[in-house]
Design a protein around this ligand. Structure first.
Ligand SMILES: [Zn+2]
Ligand SMILES: [Zn+2]
Length: 376
């Protein structure tokens, strides 16, 4: 068998050479991969489409290492729908080598985004010392007008333009070395209606305390990369999707993304975790997980059945009051089912679980009930 194989290899090797008609150049299209994207399976929820977004990234037009179109290409192949290039207003170390202003990254990326069906949001990062720290402003008309002396003027201008503002990396060690605290100025911004969200996940860290702020102050949850270099260079994309913000929209348009953000219809997705308002995470869970009818029930009423998760999300379920009647822990990995046993001697059962990787607040996880019934 080995001999035949090597004979075929030698033969095809020779034939490639003999078939090459042009000695000046031989094109090898197989060397290039097709323009394909990884589709991330996250279900829509009732009334809304689920979009995947990254609303915090940098390019050479602030302190990033890539050209704006590269961000579009990454977003495309990594399965995103919507992105924002959020260049620092106050920090542009490449200006000795580049011209352009605070809108240039957007202007370069926009035609490329359109050709890749990626929604692009005109944005900027207001980058000040603490307080208020760094705030991203999305859906801007003109980022140049945010280049002001006083940070409050920049924030006011972003709001005047209809911008959505969120506090980014609130727990960044360089700015909050001790406790990750909510400052009076953030309270003032909320009172004025000028702060609309918090980045609860950034790069490789998350801020559980910020889940509480989002709930208490009615702010949107966001999770983003804050990528400065090529995303695949540092993110563990073999095991996880890049961190992202899920946005639940009426239509796949920038305007609809904006509406969803102001309505707080967002969730952060990072590693295997989701963080967001309880009702949204419940709808995502319900749209993802199916408890099937038992395929076997014994004389004592112990049923065997499958719980199925056809999505790319992971759900880790723990029984808050373990008993022998149902499993202590159920791990629903992406695109898989598990067989569980439970007691349905009463005809049906409601199994209470805490989904420990779905965060609905600070030290709060989604509670669910699996309804098992022998009836279809
Ligand atoms: Zn920053
Ligand atoms: Zn940043």
């Amino acid at each position: 068998m080995k001999k035949i194989l090597s004979a075929i290899l030698v033969f095809t090797g020779l034939s490639t050479i003999s078939l090459a008609q042009d000695l000046n150049r031989v094109k090898e299209p197989d060397m290039l991969r097709e323009l394909h994207r990884s589709e991330i399976l996250i279900p829509d929820i009732p009334g809304y489409k689920t979009l995947k977004g990254d609303f915090h990234m940098h390019t050479v037009f602030s302190d990033g290492e890539v050209w704006p179109t590269v961000r579009v290409q990454e977003a495309y192949i990594e399965g995103l729908d919507v992105i924002a290039l959020t260049e620092h207003i106050e920090y542009r170390p490449n200006l000795d080598h580049l011209t352009g202003d605070h809108n240039t990254a957007y202007e370069i990326a926009a035609p490329h985004a359109e050709r890749h069906n990626i929604l692009l949001v005109k944005s900027a990062e207001i980058s000040r010392s603490m307080p208020p720290g760094h705030l991203n402003a999305l859906f801007l008309e003109d980022a140049n007008k945010l280049d002001t002396e006083d940070y409050m003027d920049a924030i006011e201008e972003a709001n005047r333009q209809g911008g959505f503002l969120f506090w980014v990396h609130p727990g960044w060690l360089a700015q909050q070395p001790d406790t990750n605290k909510w400052w009076p100025v953030h309270e003032e911004l909320v009172q004025k209606g000028w702060l609309h969200g918090v980045e609860v996940y950034n790069w490789d860290e998350w801020y559980p305390i910020a889940f509480g702020w989002c709930n208490d102050k009615n702010l949107a949850y966001l999770g983003n990369t804050d990528a400065h270099m090529v995303s695949a260079y540092r993110f563990n994309l073999a095991e996880y999707h890049r961190p992202m913000t899920l946005v639940f929209v009426e239509e796949r348009t920038v305007e609809s993304v904006r509406d969803a953000m102001f309505a707080r219809r967002t969730a952060a997705f990072f590693l295997n975790n989701l963080a967001g308002p309880e009702h949204l995470l419940r709808e995502l869970f319900d749209a993802s997980v199916e408890v099937r009818q038992p395929f076997m029930v014994n004389e004592e009423g112990t049923a065997r059945l499958e719980v199925t998760n056809p999505t790319d999300l992971t759900f880790i379920l723990e029984n808050p009051s373990p008993s022998n009647d149902s499993p202590e822990k159920i791990t629903l990995r992406p695109r898989s089912s598990v067989i569980i046993t439970c007691d349905i001697s009463g005809g049906e059962a409601l199994l209470p679980y805490t989904v420990t990787n779905l965060h609905t607040g600070m030290e709060k996880n989604l509670g669910v009930e699996l309804h098992v019934s022998s009836m279809p």
